[in-house]
Each structure stands twice: as C-alpha cells, then as structure tokens.
Design a protein around this ligand. Structure first.
Ligand SMILES: [Mg+2]
Length: 257
C-alpha cells in the first residue's frame, strides 16, 4: 500500500485538506471552483478507489481471485501463480492483458470470476452523491473493470442513475488504462470533447493520457495501491492539474465560490 495507508484520510476535514494541498502541490493551480472549471461539460470518473475510499480495499479480494484463476488455469501452486500475476501487472498493465497475451484466455470468463466478490465493505456517502448530482454537465465512468461489476458497486454506493455510461474494459477491447486507445474510444463513443472534460483518478499514471488529450486532471492522492506510481515515462507530474486526498471534499470545494 501507499505511504498514506496508516493515516485516517477519509473523510478529510476542510482545514486539513488545505494543509495537504499546500504541502504537495506548490507548482499546481490552487483548488478550483466551478467558475475556474466553467469550460467543463463532461465529468469523467474512475471507479475503484475513486468513487469509494481505498480503505475498502476491494482489490485485495480481486487479487486473491486472480491468483486462484491463474493457479487453476496453469495447474500451479498459488505462490508461483502470484509471481506470474505480478509480473503481468507490471509488464502488461494488468493481469488480464498478461493472461490474454500469454494464454489466450476468454476475458469474459476471467472478468466474471475476478469480480465475483462481496461488496459489503462499501457504504454510501450521501455527501458525495449530492455533489456528483449537482455537477453541471455530463457524468461518465471510465474503469478498467467491467460494467456488470461497476453497476453492482454503484448500486452498493447508492450512486446508481447519476452516470450516463460506464466505459469499461470490454469497450476498450481489453486494452486497459493507462494505454491511450481507451481514452480516445471513450471520447469518440460519447462525443466527449476532451478539452471540456475533467478526469478523476486515484492512479496517477492513468491521468497522463487524459492530459495528453487536453483533459483537466484530478489525482486522488489517497494512498491506494499503485496510486502514486507514475509509470516508466514519468519523472515529474506535469500531467496532474489538481490533487486531493478524497473526492467528496474536492467536489464540495467546487461549489464554494
Ligand atoms: Mg482506481
């Protein structure tokens, strides 16, 4: 886990929120308000560890199921399956891409297996729902997971009905963020003008292609696993416009003119 794992970061009091911003983003713009982002007509959200706090740690549950899938497929001990899994995550962006590349598996079968997890760690955040609902314009989800799972998560978070679409890994032909094609597919499929879009993500490296298309980018620096990794290309974080420890206080601040 990331460096903030041990700190109680959610929800974050407004006063502390300001402190975090002052320390970590001296070269970035101050916190925006809606008038700062008046040009934005599309609000695009990652799902996992973005619309809910990383303390839920659903990836740990999926991680175990991925390892089990590989062990069963290749008839390997769990420890050996895990080494393969982590290598594929590193080299291919996610386990699915590695499995498809090396073993030509059925992605639907894999995704259904991996996402078959209990969601009782999630709980609704009425403030977050209210803030998302108040955003002027379109609201979309872009996830490396699949839409069925996303629908279950949204239902559990009581965020159902707020989003125009879930742009999922199937829609991206199984090419995950941060690889660029899925970002372009999203914009084409839903007629999103990237220069009039804001993208929210807990994994910093997933913001780089969004910024390259002209999106405004918001990094949820919330200590999620791999969140602070900026990829092999990154020696700086110029592709991040804003940084916040959690989504709800960032959105709340938007409405404080
Ligand atoms: Mg995420």
């Amino acid at each position: 886990m990331g460096p903030f794992k041990e700190e109680p970061i959610y929800p974050v009091p407004a006063s502390r929120y300001g402190d975090v911003m002052d320390k970590s983003s001296t070269s970035r713009a101050p916190f925006p308000t809606l008038s700062t982002l008046a040009h934005v007509e599309s609000w695009i959200f990652d799902l996992d560890n973005t619309l809910y706090p990383p303390e839920a740690d659903l990836f740990a549950l999926m991680d175990v199921r991925m390892t089990g899938y590989i062990a069963h497929l290749l008839n390997l001990p769990l420890e050996e399956a895990r080494v393969l899994q982590k290598g594929w995550f590193r080299d291919h962006g996610n386990t699915l891409s590695g499995l498809m590349h090396h073993h030509d598996i059925d992605p639907c079968d894999f995704l259904a297996h991996v996402h078959d997890i209990a969601l009782d760690r999630l709980s609704p955040d009425p403030v977050l729902r209210d803030m998302i609902e108040r955003l002027p314009g379109r609201r979309l989800i872009y996830t490396n997971g699949d839409a069925d799972y996303a629908g279950r998560v949204l239902e559990r978070l009581e965020l159902t009905g707020l989003f125009e679409c879930v742009h999922d890994i199937h829609a991206c032909a199984y090419v995950p963020k941060p690889q660029p094609p899925g970002y372009a597919t999203l914009c084409a499929a839903y007629a999103v003008d990237p220069t009039r879009a804001t993208f929210f993500e807990d994994m910093a490296r997933n913001l780089a292609p969004a910024k390259a298309l002209g999106m405004t980018t918001v990094w949820l620096n919330n200590g999620s696993e791999w969140g602070a990794d900026i990829g092999t290309e990154g020696s700086h974080r110029d592709f991040i416009d804003y940084e916040t420890p959690a989504l709800a206080p960032f959105l709340t601040a938007l409405f404080k003119e």
